[in-house]
Write a protein that binds this ligand. Sequence first.
Ligand code: PMP
Ligand code: GLU
Length: 400
Amino acid sequence: MKELSKLASAVRASTTIAIDTKFKTLQAEGKDVIGFGLGEPDFDTPEHIKEAGIQAIRDNKTKYTPASGTPAVKKAICQRLKEDWGLDYETTQVTVNAGAKHILYVALKTLVNPGDEVILPAPYWVSYYELIKMVGGVPVVVDTTEESGFKMSADQLRAAITPKTKALIFNNPSNPTGMMYSKEQQEAIAKVCVEADLYVIADEIYGKLTFDGKTFTSFASLGEDVKARTILVNGVSKTYAMTGWRIGFAAADQKIIKIMTNYLSHCISGTSPISQAAAVEAFAGSQAEIETMRATFEERRNYLYERMNKIPGVHAVRSEATFYMMMSMEDLVGKTLYGVEIKDADDFSDVFLDKGGVAVVPCTGFGAPYFTRWSFAVSMETIKEGLDRLEKFLAGAGVE
Ligand code: PMP
Ligand code: GLU
């Protein structure tokens, strides 16, 4: 048999999906496990949004739509971007499809020629690294430290640029760190991007889930020259608890959107008209539920952070947004837990699931090998139980 595609064969499975699969398998086998793995809101999709989807089926909105989305959903997105971040986009500058993940792939496909470098600040969401490789690009990772709040400085960005650099992936607020760049910090980054003529894929999917009264600034709002080189990516998954509806979008220069849409027209067509109708209601209808969900996430963040930091051997990194918290297990590296030598977060997470009954995401695949990610998109009871188990697990580990 002939060799399969080198590009495709080099792609590694998503660790977030892998952890969730392992967790659900153990659960199905009747094992007593709890999970902080997959990043998806535990809330139901708000009723008024579900009703819009049901009504779409009743109205026979069950046929193909334009590849870039229905006029109604693009109009609702433009209005939302204006209302939320003061951004002016025409509907011809928007393309909607099956989730932000797919939109990110097509955005990279639109920008990258084989061998082009794409800068990725670490820790990064696991899929970015693979997506860059999937389009023939070269990921250039910029490491950041806990001391700097896991934020890349303008100088670090400048130092990573070469004549081959095409773009920066800028995920703010960040999965997995939960950190958020301020307006000033973003301005410094944007200045370098303009000077070096870089495109910016600004993934702002967690922009509404911010804590401590902090407000989020959308990257494209920093100026017309910044907006012109930015592909803004967002969707309904996190903000409206709609992960399964598969709606994500890009807003950008018309030329970029046209290429993205041409690409989408061949590889997927429009996404489900039912989901698009529900998304119209999400973007244009009442926004009240977002605050209820956001406030609940903040309450959980507070509890998780306070308690985790009292547990000897580990410490938490206080997130400013999202529904993730990173836990450092660096102090356990080189020690033996339940007979297993801990080299990195992969080892820790394996033993923690096997002996502690808790699934967390090792950030090894996120460019942060001594951290695990805890998604607090789970009930407060689960958080309490998870921390009880962490305490017991570490206390009984026979750490050597
Ligand atoms: N970007 C980030 C940073 C994410 O965490 C996720 C989570 N799935 C996505 C994009 C993709 O979201 P979706 O495909 O569900 O719209
Ligand atoms: N983005 C979420 C996470 O990081 C969902 C899973 C995924 O798409 O990777 O857990």
